[in-house]
Design a protein around this ligand. Structure first.
Ligand code: SF4
Length: 288
């Protein structure tokens, strides 16, 4: 849950989730729609799907997480970072989980650009310093905390316990620039079929590459002349995952909808609706 989401936002979701699914076994028996319901509002729904899929897959391993890095990475949604975190936090393995915060710390200590860091070399060169205390789990957590509290994007160097060893702090020439992750902008046209009885046509089928299996209106990557017979309601911006969306929202009153669409009452939906669609519906409601 903490990938891409701040701790304060996560806490109530985490508590609700753990109350309902206190272990992998109970999660593995859950229905996807119930897991999604609990996740609703937290965004990045792939994380919930991956968790559920991993729990199901671990059944044949008696719900024990593999101890092997490569085996762990076979679980849905588990990449290098998550595998390293799991190995350190659960099995106290000597490793480092390089996320954005930890890369920033090492980039500053070594005064080197993040994209020039050699993670294996950092681990190998510092085996004794990092891993001789047998508190590998604490070490991984401490690095995360250090990045969040001291070596923050705006670092608190004066309070830093390792400032004497930090090349960034002590060098006259600062050679690091942060590798930026750029948000890409996508231009979308969204078409809402609506009725006088306050219904909207939604579908779970799309080939957008995001919002898979969620109820959304008809959406197309913007093309010229794709909006004939539709009324433009408004243009607005929205963000989803790492995409910035420039949206033209169209509507038309209609008695029919395409195949794969269903009518849903505006304002009283029982199914899970992503906040992306909720925003669309709130604009459409202004028409009534
Ligand atoms: S001295 Fe500053 S830049 Fe260096 S590790 Fe400490 S907080 Fe980060």
């Amino acid at each position: 849950m903490l990938q891409q989401t701040q701790v304060q936002t996560v806490i109530p979701y985490f508590n609700k989730f753990i109350d309902k699914y206190p272990n992998l076994k109970s999660l593995s028996r859950a229905k996807e729609k119930d897991v999604m319901k609990i996740w609703e509002g937290l965004g990045y729904y792939r994380r919930a799907r991956f968790l559920l899929a991993s729990a199901k897959r671990l059944e044949k391993n008696n719900f024990k997480l593999p101890r092997d890095f490569k085996e762990l990475k076979k679980l849905p949604g588990v990449g290098d970072y998550t595998a390293n975190v799991l190995l350190a936090l659960i099995y106290n393995n000597p490793t480092i989980a390089f996320d954005g915060n930890v890369k920033r710390i090492f980039s500053r200590i070594l005064n080197k650009n993040e994209d020039l860091l050699n993670q294996d070399k950092i681990k190998n060169d510092n085996q004794r310093t990092f891993f001789s205390h047998n508190r590998n789990s604490d070490f991984v957590e401490a690095l995360m905390e250090f990045g969040a509290l001291i070596c923050r994007p705006k670092p608190l160097c004066e309070n830093c316990p390792i400032k004497k060893n930090c090349l960034f702090k002590n060098s006259k020439t600062v050679s690091i620039t942060k590798a930026k992750t750029k948000k890409t902008t996508k231009k979308l046209d969204i078409f809402c079929y609506i009725t006088k009885r306050k219904q909207i046509g939604l579908t779970k089928k799309n080939n957008l590459g995001f919002l898979k299996d969620f109820l959304i209106p008809k959406i197309r990557i913007r093309e010229k002349n794709s909006n004939k017979n539709w009324f433009l309601l408004k243009n607005y911006s929205n963000s989803i995952s790492n995409k910035k969306l420039d949206i033209n929202l169209y509507y038309k009153f209609s008695k029919t909808i395409p195949k794969n669409f269903e009518w849903h009452s505006i304002g009283s939906n029982k199914e899970i609706i992503p906040s992306f669609t909720k925003k669309i519906i709130s604009h459409i409601e202004n028409l009534y």
